[in-house]
Design a protein around this ligand. Structure first.
Ligand SMILES: [Zn+2]
Length: 127
C-alpha cells in the first residue's frame, strides 16, 4: 500500500514539475511581449517617433522661429540643424508631458546635454 502511494506521489510530483516548467516558460514569453509593448509605448520612444514625424519637424521649425533662432536656455543664436528639442520639465520625471508642446523648447546641444547631466545629479541627490 505504501509502495503504491509512493509511486503515485512520485508520478504526481514529476507531473507538477513539468507543469511548473511549462508555466515558467509561458510566463517568460509573456514578459517578453510585455517588454516589447512597453518599449513601443515608452515615453522616450514615443517622443523620438514624434520628433521624426512631419508634425514634429514642422513644430520644431515654427518653434525655432518663435524663439528668434536662439537657444531657449543660453539665448545664443543657433542653427536649426543640430539643435535639440528640450523637455522643460524633464521626461524622466514627467513622462505624461513627453509630447506636450507647451513643455518643449529648442536648445543648443551643449545646454541640453548639461541640463540632462544636472538632472541626473538632482536625481542622485533626491535619493
Ligand atoms: Zn544653449
Amino acid at each position: 500500500m505504501n509502495n503504491i502511494n509512493d509511486n503515485v506521489l512520485l508520478q504526481l510530483s514529476k507531473k507538477l514539475f513539468l507543469v511548473n516548467n511549462r508555466l515558467n516558460k509561458s510566463l517568460q514569453n509573456n514578459q517578453k511581449i510585455i517588454d516589447q509593448i512597453k518599449q513601443k509605448y515608452e515615453p522616450r520612444t514615443e517622443f523620438n517617433r514624434w520628433r521624426s514625424s512631419e508634425e514634429g519637424k514642422l513644430w520644431k521649425k515654427q518653434q525655432y522661429q518663435k524663439q528668434k533662432q536662439c537657444c531657449a536656455i543660453c539665448q545664443e543664436k543657433i542653427e536649426l540643424k543640430g539643435s535639440h528639442i528640450d523637455h522643460i520639465k524633464p521626461l524622466s520625471r514627467y513622462p505624461d508631458l513627453s509630447l506636450d508642446t507647451s513643455n518643449l523648447q529648442i536648445a543648443c546641444g551643449q545646454c541640453n546635454i548639461s541640463k540632462s547631466n544636472s538632472e541626473i545629479l538632482v536625481d542622485e541627490n533626491a535619493i
